[in-house]
Structures are given as structure tokens and as C-alpha cells.
Design a protein around this ligand. Structure first.
Ligand SMILES: [Zn+2]
Length: 570
């Protein structure tokens, strides 16, 4: 049986539709951050986060989605969104300002953690967390060849340095916001977000990447100084055992930046520090990718998973593994196949039955979007859907898709069996239908296929154009020395089935694994159950003609897989 399907590109195409659906074209493509479920049927609302943070994530997300899917539609809407984002950048200091538009509607979800804290949004100001996404978007576009980004980025970096304080080898920001007139509550360590140190340094994810790509000396100096300050005075104790909100609290976005700086500028202490944070995070989450939002904390958020944090986690795993500081390819594959894909809302009928009477335009904002507060077995348990996670989910998909195949110096390394075609190879991953990865050469090259951690390498069968071959397996890679165009290398191995038990926030769960894929989660979730993959797999196995789609996407059309040469965007 031959089943080829492209989980990640299909998911990216759905996410792209969700991003486009959230653009309010009557307000210059201002995105909707918030879909509120407290009203029935749910309503889209504009929010504090729309203007810089979400617009930045969506500019970045659309660029990544086009790379993955090859889609060229909706260019006018994308251009309008970019125009909207650039309008938030101040021409004199290069910083992105949240406007003075505090009203009950635009204040939606300013602080989901302490709604009663009355965190004011009044007065035009710079929110440091909200610099991260525009900086990421501009760096992505710069790497894609848009040189008009360069002066914007240079100005922004100097604007950031102008509002930071310099002491010895450190740079720091005195508060999480900045304006000509500072308000005392912006630096009082009482409520969130002012008591989260990482919130104001989360922009390091993007600043580190810009510093690495541009080699702009001002960016390098500022990024390294902010990183040193956070490592010494931030939310993470020396042993790495932090307790914090992983994404919104900024810990993981900052750590991604520190890892990158350490690798790019040969700062071994930074790589080691980031590695400790990764290991602690990994030790505090079930292996199917359920990364708790409030890691090590109590309350609602300790038992939910935000997709944005999965993007940070995958990003960190890729950086550390690429640099040879760890081998986390199995982590990336497990997170991607499981919680990341399951966090996406893919079933229109289930959305409609959860929210009877939902308008078509609001449904389109949800469908293809990603959950901000999942349980291990269900979605839609929070009071609304945040737009950030569409950008986060898109970024996680891109990172996992891009990292799966690496071609350089005449050698292609296939890190896990995700189906994808590049200029050098076409990879078809057969899991969960079979333990098998096929790689067809499109150019002459040496091909090394990594075997998942559950595989006993003594039980691997390797073939070249269907003929059994005896191969060296080096560090879990089956190495095919030279493939010519059209030749197909294949590895096959037993796919183990196993039940494993987990405890998340005081609740017990049982996951049925097949290789690295969770096929079912018990007990079944209530509102929008996830991991309902068993019946679908059986149907596929009994009907070879079944159109191949991911379990999550059983009701969505499959998209074609484009052949694209993808630049390194991390
Ligand atoms: Zn999010």
C-alpha cells in the first residue's frame, strides 16, 4: 500500500486561510486577535494585541505559509496587512507603538491571567513584548530578499538601545513598556505582565536572528547585553528549574534568542544555559508535546497548552540539535505529529456543533487556527480563541517542516519521516501506516536517513530500488552512499504499538501510541475531542484508494505538495 500525504503543508494551508479570515479589510486589514465564546454565537473582537503583535505574527506567518504551500492567492490582502503593520512603526525612533485606543472592545484580553488587575492600555506606548513579532516579520522578509526591511530594522535596533540602560556588559529595559512619560505601575512587580521579566526580553527571539543575519554591530551588542542581563537577573534560577508562563511570560522566546546568540557568536555559556532550560521544559511535559502554559504553577493555565509555546519549543530543539548540542529530532517529530497538529481546529462540523449559529466569517477565523488553551484530550475549553496561536502554529509547522530535511555539501540528511519534496529529494514518510521512509533522489547525492529512537537498528531492512542492501548505520542514520536521480532508498522497521499513562494537572490520561504517533487519548474529551485517529487509520488500511489525509484533516481537502527551495529562516 502506498499512502502519501503531507500533514504539514495541508496544515499550513489551513492556517493561512485562518490568518486571511482574521484580517478586517474595512479597517485597513487590522487583524482580529480575539474570538469570544462568552457571547453565543461567538463574536470576533478587536483587541490591544491586534496592531503590533498579531499584525507582525501574521506578516511572518503568511510569508512562511507561501513558502510551504506555494500558494500565490490573496496578495492584495497581504499587501494591505503589511501596510497596516508598517504604519505602527514610528518614523523617528523605529519602534512599534500601540495606539491610544483604550475602549472596552479593544481592551479585550489584555491580561488573561489576572483580568481583575485592570491593566490599562491607555496612552500611545511601546509594549516590549509587542516588538517581537514585527521584528521577526521584518527579519523573515529581509532573509527572503526584501532589502527595504534593512533601514527599518537598523532604526528599530537603535530605538531599542535608546530606551535601554547600559551597565558594564549588560543592557536592560527598566519596564515592560516605554513612553515619553513612564507610569510607575509599568515597573511595579505586582501584577502580570510587569512582574514577568521575560515579557520585556521576549523580543530576543527575533533580535538574535536579525543580529546573526545582518551582523549589524549595534544589534549584536544590544542582543548579547540583554541576554547576559536575563541570564543573571531573569525568571530562571541558576539550576534552570523555572516556574513561569512559558510563552506569554517570555521564558521560552528569550531562551530561543539566547541559544541562537550562543551558537552564532560562540558564547558557550549561553548555549549551556539555553540547553538547561530546554531540558527542564522537556522534563515537565508529556512526550506527546503537551507543553503546559503555566509550567510548575497552579491553576487553570498549569493544565493547558498554548500553541505559541510549541513554536518556541520546536525552535529551541532545532537550534540545539542543528548545533550538535543535543539530538532532539525525536522530540520535534513527537510534538509535531501529536499536540501541534491536534491543536489545530480542522473539523467545521464539530466547530458548528460546539457553537450553534456561529456566523460563517467567524467560523473561518477559527477553522485552521490553533488552540491557545488545550487539554490533552480536548479543545475549546477557554473563553475564546487568541489569534497569536495561528502565527505560533504556522511558525512551528514551518520549523518542523524545514528541519526535516537538510541538504549541504552533496549530502541530504532526513531527520524524520515527514513527507516533503525539495530540489534534492522527495521524502515520503509512511508512519503511522507503516514503519517506513522512502527517499527518491532528484539530484545526485549521498542520502542519510535517521531512524526513530524506538527502532532497534538490528531490525531495519534497507532497500535501493526495491533490492535489499546492506548498509552502515551511523549514529542512527542509515547511509546510502551515492544516489543518482530517480533512485529510491527506503528503510523499513517494525512500528511498535504501546499504551502509556500520563498525569497532567491532576488528571490521568492514557495514550495509545503507534511509533511516534498517538492514535487515541483516553478518556475522550468533551467539547472538541482530539486524538480521534484510530478509526480513521483502520479505514485507510482497509481501503488502499482512500485519499490520504492527516487524521485531523479528514474533512478538509488535501493540497498539492510544491517543490520549493526554502531558505534557512531561523
Ligand atoms: Zn498564542
Amino acid at each position: 500500500m502506498m499512502i502519501t500525504q503531507h500533514w504539514l503543508t495541508d496544515a499550513a494551508s489551513r492556517a493561512m486561510d485562518a490568518i486571511l479570515a482574521r484580517l478586517d479589510l474595512e479597517r485597513g486589514a487590522r487583524p482580529y486577535f480575539w474570538v469570544d465564546y462568552q457571547t453565543q454565537p461567538p463574536q470576533a473582537q478587536h483587541s490591544y494585541w491586534d496592531t503590533c503583535d498579531i499584525a507582525g505574527r501574521f506578516v511572518d506567518g503568511l510569508a512562511l505559509a507561501r513558502l510551504m504551500t506555494g500558494r500565490q492567492d490573496a496578495l492584495a490582502a497581504e499587501a494591505m496587512l503589511r501596510h497596516f503593520l508598517w504604519a505602527q512603526q514610528d518614523a523617528s525612533d523605529g519602534l512599534f507603538y500601540n495606539p491610544d485606543d483604550e475602549k472596552s472592545e479593544t481592551n479585550a484580553e489584555m491580561s488573561k491571567y489576572i483580568p481583575a488587575a485592570g491593566v490599562l492600555t491607555s496612552g500611545r506606548h511601546v509594549d516590549l513584548f509587542c516588538q517581537r513579532a514585527p521584528l521577526l516579520a521584518m527579519t523573515t522578509l529581509l532573509q527572503l530578499g526584501d532589502d527595504t526591511m534593512r533601514p527599518r530594522l537598523e532604526k528599530m535596533v537603535r530605538g531599542l538601545a535608546a530606551i535601554a540602560l547600559h551597565h558594564g556588559d549588560e543592557w536592560r529595559f527598566p519596564a515592560y513598556r516605554w513612553a515619553q512619560t513612564m507610569k510607575p505601575e509599568w515597573s511595579a512587580p505586582v501584577n502580570v505582565p510587569e512582574k514577568w521579566i521575560g515579557y520585556r526580553y521576549a523580543l530576543l527571539t527575533a533580535l538574535a536572528r536579525y543580529a546573526e543575519v545582518s551582523r549589524d554591530p549595534a544589534a549584536i551588542d544590544l542582543a548579547l547585553g540583554l541576554a547576559r542581563h536575563y541570564m543573571r537577573h531573569g525568571d530562571v534560577p541558576p539550576d534552570g528549574h523555572y516556574r513561569a508562563n512559558t510563552h506569554s511570560g517570555g521564558v521560552l522566546p528569550v531562551t530561543v534568542g539566547i541559544a541562537r546568540l550562543g551558537i552564532a557568536f560562540e558564547q558557550a555559556d549561553m548555549v549551556a544555559w539555553a540547553h538547561n532550560v530546554y531540558k527542564w521544559t522537556r522534563a515537565n511535559m508529556p512526550e506527546f508535546g503537551f507543553l503546559p502554559d503555566g509550567l510548575g504553577m497552579d491553576g487553570f493555565w498549569a493544565g493547558t497548552c498554548e500553541t505559541c509555546a510549541l513554536a518556541d519549543f520546536v525552535h529551541l530543539a532545532v537550534l540545539l540539535s542543528e548545533a550538535g548540542g543535543g539530538d532532539y529530532w525525536d522530540d520535534i517529530e513527537k510534538v509535531t505529529r501529536n499536540q501541534l497538529l491536534e491543536n489545530q481546529y480542522c473539523d467545521r462540523d464539530a466547530i458548528r456543533s460546539t457553537f450553534p449559529g456561529i456566523a460563517d466569517d467567524v467560523l473561518a477565523m477559527l477553522h485552521g487556527g490553533f488552540e491557545c488553551a488545550a487539554h490533552p484530550n480536548e479543545l475549546f475549553i477557554y473563553v475564546g480563541a487568541e489569534g497569536c496561536c495561528i502565527g505560533g502554529g504556522m511558525r512551528a509547522l514551518y520549523l518542523a517542516w524545514r528541519a526535516a530535511i537538510d541538504t549541504r555539501d552533496g549530502e541530504t540528511r532526513v531527520r524524520y519521516g515527514i513527507s516533503r519534496t525539495t530540489a534534492a529529494v522527495e521524502v515520503v514518510g509512511h508512519e503511522p501506516w507503516a514503519g517506513r521512509i522512502d527517499v527518491t533522489a532528484r539530484q545526485s547525492n549521498r542520502v542519510a536517513i535517521r531512524l526513530p529512537s524506538y527502532v532497534n537498528t538490528a531490525h531495519v531492512a534497507a532497500t535501493l530500488d526495491g533490492q535489499m542492501v546492506d548498509l552502515p548505520i551511523i549514529d542512527r542514520y542509515a547511509v546510502f552512499d551515492s544516489l543518482t536521480p530517480g533512485q529510491t532508498a527506503s528503510v523499513q522497521y517494525p512500528l511498535p504499538a504501546e499504551s502509556r499513562h500520563y498525569h497532567v494537572a491532576g488528571n490521568a490520561y492514557e495514550a495509545e501510541w503507534l511509533g511516534h504517533t498517538v492514535m487515541a487519548m483516553h478518556p475522550d474529551g468533551g467539547r472538541y475531542p482530539i486524538y480521534q485517529r484510530g478509526d480513521w487509520l483502520k479505514a485507510c488500511l482497509h481501503n488502499e484508494d482512500t485519499e490520504a489525509m492527516s487524521p485531523s484533516a479528514a474533512k478538509s481537502p488535501s493540497t498539492a505538495q510544491p517543490v520549493v527551495d526554502t531558505p534557512m529562516l531561523w
